[in-house]
Design a protein around this ligand. Structure first.
Ligand code: S3P
Length: 430
């Protein structure tokens, strides 16, 4: 599927379940590998990114069986990983590389971890710096880019204040902290997703949170668990947005993860006038999940900035692409991190939305997309720049445009949601 044609649609209706949350799947897999005993993880993400994490763990000597979306992992214990003779390949996955960098820093052997062209250009200095302070020796291309050569060893605990709000960096340090003698503290001045903290607690490590400080105690014994991964809210958002845009829509999305550090997108949409309701909310292994009901409604638009940004960072492409359909447009500020994701998402959004006829002002830390007054979007040829979220966000915007759009290299959606287009086609009414 090199090129995907998107024809306008009238409605999206029915019920859908999205794949397991990508962030949580990575963490459960890594912690299950480091635990003692056999873990079973159900509704594990089908994303290529999570498959990369499983492959890297296999190369480190972990036995993993996967069948559909159930993964069984025979944990090796904290000290049981083995050196991989070949370089570990994280593919497109920043989470795989950064979280595993934390684990590899605690190993008594050397490892190399690399990734695809996009990942080799993403900043790794942000994990190298704290992990080096803990005692790991890490060599990187040009000082801050993959491939990373990591010589692990005995780690010392640190107290580290995150200079950029990043759950990946926080998690790398906490995972390395499992190997340090004593208590490692991470201070996060701006809140980010807390799946690592919740999962580490579930697997039995000793972790505390006071205000902005998270403290983990090294040397704990992790115990195997039976877990179910909630649906990925970052994937669900594409269906939510489609339902809001298409006039006769009425959609129910089952079992979506509703961890409060991930639901800022629901607050943002509700503030803009989206009629969302949450049904059957319940807890599972420390995470919250429930069903989201949504139907079509006009959206006001608005400004997204400040502390909200890290809490909806992966949903910003979809929010920006809704901009031209809103009354007042959408403005995104304080989101310079978008420039170092799987693509430069600010540039990719501005370029593609303009191709569709939107009025966009691109800024160093975000963009302003003019609302409905600038006219209806026109079908166009979209270049997703190999970025799954750009491909899916523009595909949804294209459903409400005039005329067909074509998404080039649309197969990049496998990174987070391999069945995205078939699922979408099943629910659409034209
Ligand atoms: C993730 C954290 C976020 C997010 C990424 C997944 C995670 O990145 O953009 O898609 O699983 O921890 P940063 O922590 O680098 O902001």
């Amino acid at each position: 599927m090199a090129r995907k044609t998107i024809a306008p649609a009238r409605a999206i209706t029915g019920a859908v379940e999205v794949p397991g949350d990508k962030s949580i799947s990575h963490r459960y897999a890594i912690l299950a590998a480091l635990a003692e005993g056999r873990s079973e993880i159900r509704h594990f993400s089908t994303a290529e990114d999570c498959r990369r994490t499983l492959d890297c763990l296999r190369r480190l000597g972990v036995h993993i069986a996967s069948e559909k979306d159930t993964v069984r992992i025979a944990g090796t214990g904290l000290a049981g990983l083995r050196r991989s003779r070949r370089a570990l390949d994280a593919g497109n996955s920043g989470t795989t590389m950064r979280l595993l960098a934390g684990v590899l820093s605690g190993q008594p052997f050397g490892s190399t971890i690399t990734g695809d062209d996009s990942l080799r250009h993403r900043p790794m200095g942000r994990v190298i710096e704290p992990l080096a302070r803990m005692g790991a020796q890490i060599r990187a291309r040009d000082g801050g880019f993959a491939p990373l050569e990591i010589r692990g060893g005995r780690l010392r605990p640190i107290e580290y204040t995150l200079p950029v709000p990043s759950a990946q960096v926080k998690s790398a340090i906490l995972l390395a902290g499992l190997y340090a003698e004593g208590a490692t503290s991470v201070i996060e001045p701006v809140r980010t997703r807390d799946h690592t903290e919740l999962a580490v607690g579930e697997f039995g490590a000793h972790l505390e949170r006071f205000d902005q400080t998270i403290r983990i105690h090294g040397g704990a014994r992790l115990e195997a668990r039976q877990l179910v991964v909630p649906g990925d809210i970052s994937s669900a958002v594409f269906f939510l947005a489609a339902a809001l845009l298409l006039p006769e829509s009425n959609l129910l999305i089952h079992n979506v993860g509703l961890n409060p550090t991930r639901t800022a997108v629901l607050d943002a949409l509700a503030t803009m006038g989206a009629p969302l309701s949450l049904v059957s909310v319940h807890g599972s292994s420390g995470e919250l999940l429930g069903d989201i009901a949504v139907r079509h409604a006009p959206l006001d638009g608005g400004v997204i900035s400040g502390a909200a940004v890290p809490l909806l960072i992966d949903e910003l492409p979809m929010l920006a692409a809704l901009g031209p359909y809103t009354e007042h447009g959408i403005e995104i500020r304080d989101a310079q991190e978008l420039r170092v994701k799987e693509s430069d998402r600010i540039a990719a959004l501005a370029e593609n939305l303009r191709r569709m006829g939107a009025q966009v002002e691109e800024r160093p830390d975000g963009l302003r997309v003019t609302g409905r007054a600038a006219g209806r979007l026109q079908g166009a040829e979209i270049d997703a720049h190999g970025d799954h979220r750009i491909a899916m966000a523009l595909a949804v915007a294209a459903l409400a445009a005039e005329g067909e759009s074509v998404i080039r290299n649309a197969e990049c959606v496998v990174v987070s949601f391999p069945d995205f287009f078939t699922t979408l086609d099943r629910l659409l009414e034209r």
